[in-house]
Design a protein around this ligand. Structure first.
Ligand code: SF4
Ligand code: SF4
Length: 122
């Protein structure tokens, strides 16, 4: 299976996830996130920057004690790669008991992590 097919499969799995309205202007959960290499490469491409630029931005942020994701647009305060954001970002506020929003925002119908990809609401 090539990388394009793998990403298409991931997108298909995630496409059915519910969404919810966040606190206006909030980006508090946009810290460093774990993501697969494939997702990382796609995000870098979508960002319009090089991997080196993004890494440098992250290192500069950390030196200043800033833990915000380097893919957050510093002007709009929105994700610069929203359409291809990693799975972990799409799952925030959607999984019951995990990835809990510190402000209490969440979708109405949260899923258990083990049933998530079977689309079984609990
Ligand atoms: S999920 Fe919560 S912490 Fe993350 S952006 Fe939305 S309101 Fe903010
Ligand atoms: S990739 Fe986007 S949604 Fe995910 S943490 Fe970074 S800025 Fe936030």
């Amino acid at each position: 299976m090539n990388n394009t097919t793998k990403l298409a499969k991931i997108d298909a799995l995630l496409s059915g996830l519910p969404t919810f309205q966040c606190k206006e202007g909030c980006f508090d959960c946009c810290g460093p996130v774990k993501l697969s290499r494939l997702e990382y490469m796609r995000c870098i491409k979508a960002s319009g920057h090089t991997a080196e630029d993004v890494k440098q931005q992250m290192q500069d942020n950390l030196k200043q004690g800033i833990y915000t994701c380097p893919l957050l647009d510093t002007e709009t305060k929105q994700c610069s790669v929203y359409e291809v954001r990693p799975a972990i970002c799409r799952l925030f506020g959607v999984v019951k008991g995990e990835l809990v929003c510190p402000h209490g925002y969440a979708c109405q119908c949260r899923f258990k992590i083990d049933t998530l990809f079977l689309q079984t609401p609990i």
